[in-house]
Ligand binder design. Structure first.
Ligand SMILES: Nc1nc2c(c(=O)[nH]1)N[C@H]1C(S)=C(S)[C@@H](COP(=O)(O)O)O[C@H]1N2
Ligand SMILES: [Mo]
Length: 240
């Protein structure tokens, strides 16, 4: 590919005109331009989060993902200002920076991603810190039974039982598809619960709190099943 020839990392930010051009040009425009692809993902993210018709799912969609957010805009965070707080029913509450999370042992999982809306992205690599490691470091008290996740979008939340949270295929993910997690995909840090539907994988993760019972998450309060398990081979992650 000739992608690097198209890149202008020192240049001005991509302007409105260029973005409109990309919308017209479609897949060909960004297939050769990794620098622009990031912006394209932001455009798709912005378009699909405010889309009651679901038509934004018809836009060219790199990698088959759709972008979801329950709020209209989410602050951007990076290594300078990202924090993850671990607390609740633990002996040693902690706050992690992005660099501190990167310095911990990393696990890579390759698994199909599935949304309850019907789309699937096959064999997607995620990489990060096992949630079990952070829980062990925090020292879960005997009264702890579940984990509640909160997000710096200010609205989304999720939950797992402690037993689910301790599985080796549940990650505090720092990387996705072998790169840093983009803002649109919930970066710099999202939850990744490989054996469950993707709504369990909270984006823009900022808080992990051990609780004495499961607190239903954002979608679960609105009718989603608290039990997000995939079926059979999908749960086990056997490639189809
Ligand atoms: N903070 C936050 N996390 C979220 C959501 C959301 O709206 N906000 N949507 C969930 C749903 S329903 C899905 S399918 C995935 C979508 O992830 P993606 O936008 O990276 O494709 O994120 C999940 N996590
Ligand atoms: Mo979803």
């Amino acid at each position: 590919m000739t992608g690097h020839q198209e890149r202008e990392p020192q240049g001005p930010p991509v302007g409105r005109r260029a973005l409109l051009g990309m919308l017209g040009a479609g897949a060909a425009a960004f297939a050769t331009a990794p620098f622009l692809q990031q912006r394209w993902e932001d455009v798709l993210g912005a378009a699909s989060q405010n889309d009651p018709t679901g038509l934004s799912g018809l836009l060219p969609n790199p990698g088959g993902f759709r972008y979801y957010s329950v709020v209209g805009s989410v602050p951007h965070k990076d290594a300078t200002n990202y924090r993850l707080r671990v607390g609740g029913l633990v002996d040693r509450p902690a706050t992690y920076t992005l660099d501190q999370l990167r310095a911990l042992p990393q696990t890579r999982i390759v698994h199909d991603v599935q949304c309850t809306d019907g789309w699937r992205v096959k064999q997607t690599p995620f990489e990060g810190v096992r949630l079990a490691d952070l829980l062990d470091a925090a020292g879960v008290r005997s009264s702890g039974a579940a984990v509640r996740f909160t997000c710096f979008d200010g609205a989304y939340s999720e939950s797992l039982t402690l037993e689910q949270a301790r599985r080796s295929d549940v990650l505090i993910a720092l990387r996705m598809q072998d790169g840093p997690i983009s803002h649109a995909h919930g970066g710099p840090v999202r939850l990744y619960v490989a054996p469950m539907y993707f709504y369990k994988s909270a984006k823009w993760l900022s808080g992990i709190s051990v609780t004495d019972a499961v607190v239903p998450g954002y979608w679960e309060e609105r009718g989603y099943d608290i039990d997000g398990w995939l079926d059979g081979a999908d749960r086990r992650g056997e490639a189809a």
